[in-house]
Design a protein around this ligand. Structure first.
Ligand SMILES: Cc1cc2nc3c(=O)[nH]c(=O)nc-3n(C[C@H](O)[C@H](O)[C@H](O)COP(=O)(O)OP(=O)(O)OC[C@H]3O[C@@H](n4cnc5c(N)ncnc54)[C@H](O)[C@@H]3O)c2cc1C
Length: 550
């Protein structure tokens, strides 16, 4: 049986960071196991293609949720990347850290080392931000973070309406304030998607102490008493075993709890019900799943929007050529009109709602006169509740490692979240009714003017609410083994040699998109795994390899 110092399960946002940082120590032998394949497909590389890429079955796990009464028994798609880079290879590439108060509240819960001031150096270490080296941004990290162009016909009108409603324009959502309207940054490098695989894995692929296996699906963690001793995985129709000094689960918020449960770590009675032998009774596993409830709306534009013209087949072909030549042009950009973080709920001390407008229809597709029609000129809006009270779960359907886990989201299951959803729809409508944005739209397509009283709005929400696709917290970090899964060093409570490092360890979901926070968690985890303090790590002159150095 092969043996490694570290076996990392999952080459996603977190796993690729770990593979890079741990193998920077030439004395460490590192194995990275990824169930999916490579990330070379053009759909993965072209930023504008992120939406079809996120829906393509060939790149994903194909999960959906269990029917839940509060959301009209719908099964909601839950895209998760199954390839190098994981979900960072199919996501929307928006760069966000959430709010400083998110992390400060983790520290206040007793999780030493996780306040914003503690984690800021790791955010900075991970990025090369277009702003350069500042107090909050890094200038020589692996992840390229770029400025997205503002549409000259749309963005100024959006900002003017926001100002009329009393909001500020922000140049940076990670500066001193997060409240306000502006344009998010994106994880893109020279017009191509920057995933954790392109940023962290590609530059170090040749390291002799790092082995990366694709098509390797881990079935369970092996153990020797209280200590994790390795993993069992399936590859090419064969079952393999590998020994590990330490096993690190980075399978994401659905698969990491599933793997713990398959290994016999979870609520003993639930494990017994699906015939999984209990290794360690830990009831928090798979509980506390959180995501951002998302309310959608669509408005008809009052005049032609540039994006629809871009989708005309001949224009698209030219843009593709331009992109292939040097990565420039609209294929490497995001058609976002504006983004905001606002306080929409009474009593919030930091933004509770993320609001986004895009000048693209959900149904956008290539078109040409005489061939087929385009989707039309529309604005798509979404408001996300950043700190919902609803909690979901990840449980086992069966003891079969190949079976999808049962996912329940708990959306709209409590009055606080229902009220927040109503308020989000009201805010979207108020914004689009405010001049000069009001003049950009000809009418509301979805939900439409008929959806007006509370009863109709509630029915609309039950039938359409989605999530931001930011699942977190299903292996939550915490001090109490009765309710949480890992400690502040990301070690599974009560066991040795086993950690979880991915979006699932967030004690509570952060107030923004989750990719950058997950990479930050992995940056910090690498120090914890190598036994380095943050102070020693940042004082060290020896920097791990990144694009800047190759
Ligand atoms: C459609 C969509 C759009 C999004 N847009 C944004 C955005 O714009 N900005 C943002 O910040 N966030 C966005 N997110 C969320 C963000 O990408 C995720 O939160 C983040 O990538 C999660 O990282 P992770 O490391 O926890 O998991 P993942 O990146 O999902 O990594 C898990 C990896 O483990 C592998 N794996 C799982 N189980 C096994 C196993 N048993 N054996 C071997 N390998 C396994 C998976 O194949 C995968 O590669 C989006 C998500 C989606 C779905």
């Amino acid at each position: 049986v092969d043996s490694y110092d570290f076996v990392i399960v999952g080459a996603g946002s977190a796993g690729c960071v770990l593979a890079n940082r741990l193998s920077a120590d030439p004395g460490c032998r590192v194995l990275l196991l990824e169930a999916g394949g490579n990330d070379r497909h053009p759909m993965i590389r072209v930023p504008l293609a992120w939406h079809p890429a996120s829906e393509a079955t060939r790149f994903g796990w194909g999960y959906d949720t269990e029917p839940e009464e509060a959301t009209a028994d719908r099964r909601l798609d839950q895209p998760r990347g199954r390839l190098l880079g994981g979900t960072s290879s199919i996501n929307g590439m928006m760069y966000s850290r959430g709010n400083r108060s998110d992390y400060d509240s983790w520290a206040q819960e007793g999780l030493a080392g996780w306040s914003y001031d503690d984690v800021l150096p790791y955010f900075r270490r991970s990025e090369t931000n277009w702003r350069g080296d500042t107090a909050v941004h890094g200038a020589d990290g692996p992840v390229s973070v770029v400025r997205n162009p503002r549409d000259p016909a749309i963005y100024p009108a959006m900002i003017a309406a926001a100002q009329r409603l009393g909001f500020a324009e922000l140049d940076d959502f990670h500066g001193t304030a997060q409240d306000g309207f502006g344009m998010p940054d994106f994880t893109v490098r020279r017009g191509q998607r920057e995933s954790s695989a392109t940023a962290y894995l590609a530059p170090v692929h040749g390291r002799r102490n790092l082995r990366v296996e694709t098509g390797a699906r881990v079935a369970r963690v092996l153990h020797d008493g209280r200590r994790a001793s390795g993993v069992e995985y399936r590859r090419g129709g064969r079952t393999e075993h590998v020994a590990a000094g330490e096993v690190i689960l980075s399978g994401g918020a659905f698969n990491s709890p599933q793997l713990l449960l398959l290994s016999g770590i979870g609520a003993a009675d639930e494990l017994a019900a699906v015939d999984v032998p209990v290794w360690h009774d830990l009831p928090g596993v798979g509980r506390n799943l959180q995501d951002h409830p998302l309310v959608p709306a669509v408005f008809e534009a009052s005049r032609p929007l540039g994006f629809e013209a871009l989708m005309r087949l001949d224009k698209l072909a030219l843009s593709s050529l331009r992109w292939a030549l040097d990565g420039s042009g609209p294929l490497g950009e995001a058609p976002i009109s504006v983004q905001a973080y606002i306080r929409n709920e009474p009593g919030s001390t930091w933004p509770d709602t993320q609001f986004q407008v895009s000048h693209v229809s959900f149904q956008a597709r290539p078109w040409f006169p005489g061939w087929r029609k385009g989707a039309g000129h529309q604005f798509t809006a979404a408001a996300m509740q950043l700190r919902p009270q609803g909690r979901g779960s990840v449980t086992l359907r069966s003891a079969d490692p190949a079976a999808a886990p049962c996912i329940r989201l708990g959306l709209l299951a409590n009055e606080h979240d229902r009220q927040a959803a109503r308020n989000m729809l009201r805010f979207i409508r108020q914004f689009f009714a405010t001049s000069p944005v009001a003049e950009l739209v000809a009418g509301e397509v979805f939900p439409g003017p008929d959806v007006n009283d509370d009863k109709a709005i509630d029915a609309f929400l039950r039938n359409t609410i989605q999530t931001g696709m930011h699942p977190t917290s299903s292996c939550a970090m915490g001090t109490d083994p009765a309710t949480s899964v890992v400690d502040a060093s990301l070690r599974v409570h009560g066991l040795d040699g086993l950690r979880v490092v991915d979006a699932s360890v967030m004690p509570n979901i952060v107030s923004g998109n989750t990719n950058a926070p997950t990479m930050m968690i992995a940056e910090k985890a690498a120090d914890l795994l190598l036994g380095r303090t943050a102070a020693a790590s940042f004082a060290s002159s020896e920097r791990p390899m990144s694009h800047v150095e190759v």
